[in-house]
Design a protein around this ligand. Structure first.
Ligand SMILES: Nc1ncnc2c1ncn2[C@@H]1O[C@@H]2COP(=O)(O)O[C@H]2[C@H]1O
Length: 251
């Protein structure tokens, strides 16, 4: 699998982009940095988008994407979202108030977007990929994804505070090559991290003790833009890499 880092922060500044990864040019993981990073030609190749939860920094480019690719694809771009997340997108984003309902435009039968719902915790097929969703710990329903192409697996934690379910699922994934793990706030903001369902370097460290790593890389993302320098200092002693914008990996 080819993995491109389009966005690896928990917000935006000129040097930071919200969460968004691209697998094999066709599968996006979250939609925080699609339309500002890919060309129109590249955007038109994105067939599926896995959305881990409904928070704005993870879904913000969906409306702009729909408006860009309309009339340029043979089939809808499919957004895969848990029940709560799909409901939030339908009611609060594609509601003809915030943005037109592109799941019915240009026609109900051949729309530019399709929202396909999964049950948090279920496993489903997305093109050639088998995707296991794992509910994690966040104020809104949030899912990690474990994505397999049949040869290797790649996981993304989604926004989460401390969790046991994710580590249990990862420890059972024998061909796991890499884990994209969130790390949002510095240790001085542990109380905010706890209340908002996020990790700090301290809790990344304690969470990793639950992980039978088996050679998998751990790559951190979702650093809050205001704290990147401090976070990198606090994360330096841990056996992890902090992702940078524009990096590409092959698993
Ligand atoms: N109680 C809170 N106080 C301050 N900021 C918050 C609080 N809860 C959530 N947030 C912020 O709102 C953001 C929503 O997206 P995130 O979960 O990425 O990160 C969250 C925090 O940065």
């Amino acid at each position: 699998m080819k993995l491109q880092v389009l966005g690896c922060h928990g917000g935006e500044l000129p040097t930071c982009r919200s969460t968004c990864f691209l697998v094999d040019d066709v599968l996006a993981l979250d939609a925080g940095a699609l339309t500002g990073t890919l060309t129109l030609e590249q955007l038109c190749k994105v067939d599926d988008i896995l959305v881990g939860h409904s928070h704005f920094d993870h879904v913000k480019d969906l409306p702009l994407l729909a408006d860009l690719v309309i009339g340029r694809r043979d089939r809808p771009v499919t957004i895969h979202a848990s029940r709560e997340c799909a409901k939030a997108l339908r009611e609060n984003m594609f509601n003809n108030a915030l943005w037109p309902d592109f799941t019915r435009i240009p026609t109900r039968l051949k729309p530019v977007l399709a929202i396909k719902t999964f049950r948090a915790g279920s496993t489903f097929q997305v093109g050639p990929y088998t995707v296991k969703s794992v509910p994690v710990s966040h104020p809104v329903e949030s899912c990690a994804f474990i994505i397999s192409d049949g040869k290797s697996s790649l996981a993304m934690s989604g926004d989460t505070g401390p969790t046991d379910k994710l580590w249990k699922a990862l420890n059972a994934t024998k061909d796991l090559k890499a884990l994209l793990l969130e790390a949002s706030f510095p240790n001085s903001l542990q109380a905010l991290a706890d209340i908002s369902g996020h990790l700090t370097p301290a809790t990344v460290g304690s969470e990793l003790r639950k992980f039978d790593r088996n050679g998998a890389q751990v790559m951190l993302y979702h650093l809050k833009p205001a704290f990147v320098t401090q976070l990198k200092k606090e994360l330096a002693p841990l056996p992890v890499n902090v992702l940078e914008l524009g990096e590409t990996f092959q698993f």
